[in-house]
Write a protein that binds this ligand. Structure first.
Ligand code: MV4
Length: 446
């Protein structure tokens, strides 16, 4: 097992990784920007190294500085967390070339899944149901027009190097395909340095359902059931729940098995997520995430399984510690992402935390790097806490969520806690009657 892990991240996920390391007897190295000298991830770690100025480009994305910190401190592995360098195939490769383990998938897996066209090809080849669309890249306006005609309108044009909603264009009519194709290619070129686009059938009212998997790169893989992440605003998830409240056990079992088998066939190593659009009882694969996700705790709560610890064991060469029979789903979990933002305008609200009280009690988990007296810097993501509740069923989880939101206190800044309080009291939410567009209208009208 590793003796020392460098955590190439900040905030709550850096703490999450630190906690897994300590429970495994591994010592930790924090890296931080000059804006994060007083951050909790630095205070908790066994050692810390300042890697640059506030801007992420010069610190948390600074590959030479992070590698130097790892070499200097004698770390034998790097965990990238989410965001930053987590899905950078070159970084994963360079870490391994420096004789350290990258706690994540192989560089090749990251590269394949980063190319959304290649990812869909890989999924088709392993029997995962994929959203209908172009096979491979769309080369020209004529190509785009012919393919869209074959699929049938509406269609959506996406950037092959995109993902997470950036650079997508919905096209309702043939008359608009030329403009959409040209605009999407141009934006893809300027945003990602790759003009490649592809076309899919546009699904108007799906839910976003994602299946958590973990493989050991030695032919073994399991699924850890699914999460419903439909409640998003501007492609930012707001509240996630596990399991998806509208699936029956047979459907759940079937899609999970398909994903676990695909993970094993691809010889995928580490934690990963298959993202699907789910509409009219059918699953359509859109993307695979090759990192630990923000919302992984709800899966940990329903499966009673430490995903981050397993990632570390697997990166150290261990085989998967569990078989599919060991994975038992129990109860229901919900996560609220609490951001340092105005709950109405969503304007960022950095600044000094005057008071902080985290809720507790049975079935309540708070993943956060907040403390009273901490000053939230203005340079990074506004996520400041994840409130995760678990109950024996969805109704109990919702009651527990309402109770814990009421108990939670953060003063000195604005947070999105009041938005979550309105959401848990909403009848459509209570009935699980929502799709990927529902939250946007809720936010506008509530
Ligand atoms: C789609 C779609 C409808 N049809 N693809 C947005 C994020 C990116 N990961 C994929 N996205 C979408 N792809 C087809 N073929 C609708 C969306 C989408 C969406 C997906 C998940 C969660 C929220 C969303 C909000 C708007 C659009």
């Amino acid at each position: 097992m590793f003796k020392k892990v460098l955590i190439a991240n900040r905030g709550e996920i850096a703490l999450r990784i630190h906690r897994a390391c300590k429970e495994m007897g591994i010592s930790t190295v924090a890296v931080h920007s000059t804006a994060d000298s007083y951050a909790m991830h630095v205070r908790l770690a066994d050692e810390s190294v300042c890697i640059g100025p506030p801007s992420a480009a010069e610190s948390y994305l600074n590959v030479p500085a992070i590698l130097s910190a790892a070499t200097l401190t004698g770390a034998d592995a790097i965990h990238p967390g989410y965001g930053f360098l987590s899905e950078n195939a070159n970084f994963a490769r360079i870490v391994e070339e420096h004789g350290m383990a990258f706690i994540g998938p192989t560089s090749d897996s990251i590269a394949t899944m980063g190319d959304k066209v290649a990812a869909k090809d890989a999924m088709r080849a392993t029997g995962v149901p994929v959203v209908p669309g172009s096979l491979g890249a769309v080369e020209s306006v004529a190509d785009a027009s012919r393919i869209a005609g074959e699929i049938g309108y509406p269609v959506i044009v996406k950037a092959a190097s995109g993902g997470g909603g950036r650079g997508m264009k919905v096209v309702e009519h043939e008359a608009d395909i030329e403009t959409a194709f040209k605009m999407a290619s141009r934006e893809a070129e300027s945003n990602f340095g790759d003009a490649t686009v592809y076309i899919e059938k546009y699904l108007a009212h799906p839910r976003h359902v994602e299946v958590q998997v973990i493989g050991d790169g030695q032919g073994n893989a399991v699924h850890l059931f699914e999460r419903d992440c439909s409640l998003q605003r501007k492609h930012q998830k707001v509240l996630e729940e596990a399991p998806c409240p509208v699936l029956d056990d047979a459907t759940r079992e079937k899609i999970g098995t398909i994903c676990a088998e695909a993970t094993a066939k691809m010889n995928y190593r580490s934690a990963g997520t298959f993202e699907f659009l789910y509409e009219n009882g059918e699953f359509f694969f859109i993307e695979m995430n090759t990192r630990v996700q923000v919302e992984h705790p709800i899966t940990e709560m329903i499966c009673n399984f430490d995903i981050v610890a397993e990632m570390i064991r697997i990166a150290a060469g261990a085989k998967l510690s569990i078989t599919q029979e060991d994975v038992v789903m129990e109860g229901h979990a919900i996560e609220c992402r609490i951001n340092a933002e105005d709950p109405v305008s969503f304007a960022p609200s950095p600044g000094l935390i005057e008071e902080y009280h985290a809720p507790g009690g049975l079935g309540v988990r708070v993943d956060s790097a907040l403390y009273a007296g901490y000053r939230i810097p203005p340079y990074y993501d506004s996520l400041v806490a994840k409130l995760i509740v678990h109950g024996r069923n969805r109704d109990e989880a919702i009651m527990r969520l309402r109770r814990s939101l009421g108990e939670m206190a953060v003063s000195g800044i604005s947070t999105t806690i009041p938005l979550h309080q309105r959401l848990v009291d909403n009848p459509s939410f209570a009935a699980a009657d929502y799709d990927i567009h529902w939250l946007e209208s809720f936010v506008e009208t509530s």
